[in-house]
Design a protein. Structure first.
Length: 351
């Protein structure tokens, strides 16, 4: 009876128009950009001031009385007799909650997932650099495995309608290397922000970022692009963006992260966003950012005078002013988007 019911539902679903099936898939597979996601109420970081960063979980940080995990490599007992007896007393091998359920099975079942990834995997473990918790983990991806038709239709919705966000170019490079070419070509929305990039990182970080920006050339369907305004502070990064061959680009925005300060118009708001400092990110309007954005969309080179060094000096001053805006945050009774407008106008005066 159940089999007949499932078969009937499947036939009725496949009888729907393809547009309606895609609309149904979008409810399960499409979500806002990850910078705007919030902690689950069950998360220990809920209502905590979480910012960018990542701490690798391990069973060694679990209090002794609560820890029921063991590893033949990292302990707490490494002698064969001890850890074999531990398994008999109810202990089990530690598996990191961050480990993907799509990861291949471990070849050694007696060591923890961290030791296996570090020492026995044939290729590097794709470890995140900026993920405070697992609240941003995607759900319902299993539907792509139901059948070939579902895989093709759901994948098209997943890759073409989601905004793929990256916080470092190395992770972006690994992502586009892992997925097949046809699905990479249908991606239409991309966000590339660098909350962990600081001036102390030096020229090597800039060179690394510039070397990966050419990946954008592999996205012919790209229509919406959100970029970190830090890229405008470096002439080599701007030149790399202008060399990209965009064919369908419609929207380009350069954003800065909102300073983590107490704001008068939201004193009681609970900081439930996963990336709290990117929640109120601000789009730069006018001036050099708009010139670069327009040139990227029209595929025209910027005039030589605009690319002079003083433009980048002014851009750095603008960026620093927005990040250190204490005098603007003290405006009385400025609510919502008005405070952002005041902030932007004040920063634009530097030009």
């Amino acid at each position: 009876m159940d089999t007949q019911l499932q078969t009937g539902l499947g036939r009725r679903f496949h009888a729907l128009p393809s547009e309606l099936r895609a609309y149904i898939f979008s409810f399960l597979l499409v979500r806002p950009v990850k910078w705007d996601l919030r902690h689950l109420e069950s998360c220990e970081k809920y209502c905590a001031r979480t910012t960018s960063g990542y701490e690798r979980p391990t069973h060694h940080t679990i209090p002794g009385l609560e820890s029921r995990y063991v590893c033949a490599s990292c302990g707490p007992w490494t002698h064969e007799r001890n850890w074999r007896h531990a398994f008999g007393r109810g202990f089990e091998v530690y598996v990191s909650p961050w480990r993907s359920k799509w990861a291949p099975p471990q070849g050694n079942s007696y060591i923890c997932s961290n030791c296996y990834d570090d020492r026995m995997r044939t290729r590097p473990f794709p470890e995140p650099t900026n993920l405070p918790c697992l609240c941003a983990r995607r759900q319902s991806l299993e539907m792509r495995l139901v059948c070939r038709q579902w895989h093709d239709e759901a994948s098209l919705v997943f890759f073409s309608e989601n905004t793929f966000a990256f916080d470092d170019v190395v992770s972006m490079g690994h992502f586009f290397t892992a997925i097949s070419g046809p699905w990479a070509r249908v991606i239409s929305k991309l966000s590339l922000l660098f909350p962990l990039w600081t001036p102390e990182d030096g020229p090597s970080k800039v060179s690394e970022i510039v070397s990966f920006l050419s990946i954008l050339n592999e996205l012919p369907w790209l229509k919406s692009l959100e970029l970190d305004a830090k890229l405008l502070n470096e002439e080599s990064a701007v030149s790399a963006l202008l060399r990209c061959q965009f064919t369908s680009l419609r929207s380009v925005s350069f954003v800065v992260q909102c300073p983590l300060q107490e704001v008068l118009w939201r004193p009681m708001k609970s900081p439930t966003n996963i990336w709290n400092e990117l929640e109120g990110r601000i789009v730069l309007l006018g001036g050099f950012p708009e010139v670069v954005a327009r040139s990227m969309k029209t595929r025209k080179d910027i005039a030589t005078p605009v690319m002079e060094s003083h433009e980048f000096i002014q851009q750095k001053r603008l960026y620093e002013a927005i990040q250190d805006d204490r005098h603007l945050w003290k405006k009385e009774k400025v609510v919502g988007t008005s405070i952002r407008r005041v902030l932007l106008l004040g920063a634009m005066d530097l030009q």
